[in-house]
Design a protein around this ligand. Structure first.
Ligand SMILES: NC(=O)c1ccc[n+]([C@@H]2O[C@H](COP(=O)([O-])OP(=O)(O)OC[C@H]3O[C@@H](n4cnc5c(N)ncnc54)[C@H](O)[C@@H]3O)[C@@H](O)[C@H]2O)c1
Length: 278
């Protein structure tokens, strides 16, 4: 979808990080933007900094009624919706058997439930308008193997799958509405800095993220994280890549094409195990 002044976008998880950078990039292109986040104070600060083209709508994306209210408020203020970016996400980590099921469920409710709610609430508006675009923010973690981050990796794999189904369905039933799933690599935000801290030998790993006694055993993994930390992109660059993907209409996009090779390696390993002839 070509982005143009006067259009209206909704961005979730926009109080900081990639979401805030997306809001800024959209305003720079002349769009009006409804930004949503659970952190109401930080969200309002982003809106104030970006000016009258932006409204802040405090929203927990895991709550369907709040997502409905976000859509209603956006339509009330701006009168239309052209682009929806389901960006809000959280992470949780540790050995899979030690992660509190409460944390698993909350992560699933936010990362997957947030996308499900966004798709459920906003897609009918876009279909009725006859045009528009949905973006779901997954992760390269959703395409590869996520050790010590199973809830996060599984949730991102689900977002990729949901996006692929949605895209195919809309191509058949409402071809004016596009879908893109973004699989970012490392982007320099609070979320990634939390992960990078694990690989920093001078920092104590927060025990709820990774018990200190197993940290030593994980030296190879720490090396991978440290390498990733060297390749972080600024959120503003990630936002530009995401908006370029909207304009080109691709189903998949990533911020780090080189790292995406791991997805091919994983698929090849799987096919090899299946005995699939090359
Ligand atoms: N930073 C990276 O390296 C990276 C890599 C791959 C994917 N991603 C994904 O990109 C998206 C943005 O991540 P980020 O790095 O900017 O993270 P971040 O932690 O800096 O920002 C996430 C924002 O989402 C908000 N949020 C959390 N739960 C919410 C909820 N229930 N409802 C509404 N808002 C909520 C937070 O308050 C925060 O403002 C996430 O989906 C994340 O999984 C990030």
């Amino acid at each position: 979808m070509e982005l143009a002044a006067g259009q209206v976008a909704v961005v979730t998880g926009a109080a900081r990080g990639i979401g805030a950078a997306l809001a800024e990039a959209l305003v720079a292109r002349g769009l009006r933007v409804a930004i949503a986040d659970t952190d109401a104070a930080a969200l309002q600060q982003v809106a104030d900094a970006l000016g009258a083209q932006v409204i802040a709508v405090p929203t927990d994306v895991a709550d369907l009624d709040q997502v409905r209210a976000l859509a209603a408020r956006t339509l009330e203020v701006f009168g239309r919706i052209d682009l929806v970016i389901n960006n809000a996400g959280i992470s949780a980590g540790g050995p899979s058997w030690e992660i509190d099921p409460v944390a698993w469920n909350r992560l699933w409710a936010v990362n997957v439930g947030g996308v499900v709610n966004g798709v459920h609430v906003f897609t009918p508006h876009l279909i009725a308008a006859g045009h528009g675009h949905l973006v779901n923010i997954a992760s390269l973690s959703g395409l590869t193997v996520g050790l010590f981050g199973a809830p996060y990796a599984a949730s991102k794999a689900a977002i990729v799958s949901i996006s692929e189904s949605l895209r195919g369905e809309l191509e058949l039933l409402a071809p004016g509405v596009g879908v893109t799933v973004i699989c970012p690599g490392p982007v320099d935000t609070q979320m990634f800095r939390g992960l990078a801290q694990l690989a920093d030998p001078s920092a104590d790993a927060p025990p709820e993220v990774l018990p200190a006694e197993i940290k030593e055993k994980l030296a190879p993994m720490m090396a991978v994280i440290a390498e990733m930390a060297e390749q972080t992109l600024p959120p503003a660059r990630a936002a530009e890549i995401i908006l370029d993907a909207v304009e080109s209409g691709t189903l998949y996009a990533t911020t780090h094409p080189d790292m995406a090779r791991a997805a091919r390696d994983r698929t090849e390993a799987m096919l090899e195990s299946f005995g699939t002839p090359r």
